[in-house]
Write a protein that binds this ligand. Structure first.
Ligand SMILES: [Ca+2]
Ligand SMILES: [Ca+2]
Length: 392
């Protein structure tokens, strides 16, 4: 048993010896590798050193060619020139030796421009640039928008905004405006504007269509009478007729001659029949006078409305007709008008149906004279109704 134990011990010892041997050879291998690596490094370093040396030599060469500085200046100074505190500022640090620092601070309301810290350098100069204390003008950049006024404060500014603007820079429009046009749109009682309402911040105004002017009440529109104000461009021989929103140049023509009936123009708006042959009944029945009338009406005028009156008067020294008959001779296919007697000598043309503009309509009104119940003469009035697009 002791023998086997000794054998085991011997075997273990042998194994340990073998292990040590193995470790030693590995170490040796590693050392060789390291040696190789270091050798390589050494070669590279030597090479680098050689290049450096040659560069240094060439540099020294070039330096030696430069003019030699004054030996007095070569002596390194030990102080820098003294520095003053900037106006409206304070300086910290009183030593001006090389390596020392000085600091600058501006008093309230002033801003430092330049270097706040400066170091005295080896060559006797200060690092950085000189410090200046500038008055802080926060408003210099015009920070307030939309007409705001900038007010300077301590290290800040404040914008005083005009009406309807707010925000730190007056950049917000405040919704204080009332759109009167929208609010009163449905108010039937008092329409703000007869034509168009224009909303503006803090107010509103009315506008009129072209050819109309706003009345002093600020809400009503009135047609411009171009004929009265000589703003028309009607050529000679035509007559200006004012209409709602514009004007018209007219030159009405007399009825065409046919048979022995012919007319002559006696005024810009009147034609008279030439004398008839005694025996021509058709000529006597034809209108003795034809007159032309122009009526400018607003759209949707309230009906009934008397538009036109036709009358006759006895010529001086002559007795007038004993009776008159009035009627509509043409142009009333839709029953828009009626003609009725208003007194013994006068007939009235009455509009009985609303006319929506813009439109034009013509109606011929006639008046016949009778004496002793026998027909004497007929007069025709041609009425042109010009309806504007607007109800004002
Ligand atoms: Ca408004
Ligand atoms: Ca007009």
């Amino acid at each position: 048993e002791i023998f086997s134990l000794l054998l085991l011990l011997f075997l273990l010892l042998l194994l340990l010896l073998l292990l040590l041997l193995l470790l030693n050879s590995y170490k040796y291998f590693m050392l060789r590798q390291m040696e190789k690596f270091l050798k390589g490094q050494e070669i590279r370093f030597t090479e680098g050193l050689r290049i450096m040396k040659s560069k240094l030599a060439s540099l020294q060469n070039s330096v030696s060619k430069l003019p030699q500085p004054d030996p007095a200046l070569v002596d390194s100074p030990t102080t820098c020139p003294s520095l003053d505190a900037p106006a409206h500022g304070i300086k910290f640090g009183s030593k001006h030796f090389v390596g020392h620092e000085v600091h600058f601070v501006c008093t309230q309301g002033y801003q430092l421009v330049g270097s706040s810290t400066r170091v005295c350098r080896e060559n006797g100069t200060w690092s950085g640039v000189s410090a200046v204390c500038k008055d802080i003008s926060e408003c210099a950049s015009n920070p307030c928008q939309n007409g705001g006024t900038c007010v300077e404060g301590v290290n800040q500014y404040k914008c005083t905004c005009p009406q309807n603007w707010s925000g730190s820079h007056c950049q917000h429009q405040t919704q204080t405006d009332v759109n009167e046009c929208e609010v009163y749109r449905l108010d039937q009682g008092g329409k703000l504007c007869v034509h168009e309402c224009v909303n503006v911040p803090g107010s509103y105004h009315c506008s009129c269509p072209s050819g109309y002017k706003l009345l002093p009440d600020g809400r009503s529109c009135e047609d411009v009478d171009e004929c009265l104000s000589q703003k028309h461009n009607c050529s000679r021989g035509t007559s200006c007729i004012n209409t709602g929103g514009g004007f018209r140049c007219v030159n009405p023509e007399c009825p065409r001659s046919h048979g022995n009936i012919s007319y002559v123009k006696t005024s810009p708006f009147q034609c008279e029949r030439n004398p008839c042959p005694m025996d021509s009944r058709s000529c006597h029945l034809a209108p003795k006078t034809v007159s032309f009338h122009y009526l400018s009406l607003p759209s949707t005028l309230q009906t009934p409305a008397t538009l036109f009156r036709m009358a006759t008067a006895a010529a001086p020294g002559r007795t007038g007709p004993e009776s008159l008959r009035f009627g509509i001779a043409g142009g009333n296919s839709r029953g828009t008008f009626v003609m009725q007697r208003s007194d013994r000598q006068t007939g009235e043309l009455i509009l009985v149906q609303q006319l929506r503009g813009p439109q034009e309509i013509s109606v011929d009104v006639e008046m016949s004279e009778y004496a002793d119940r026998s027909f004497q003469a007929k007069h025709v009035a041609r009425v042109h109704v010009l309806v504007s697009p607007y109800s004002f």
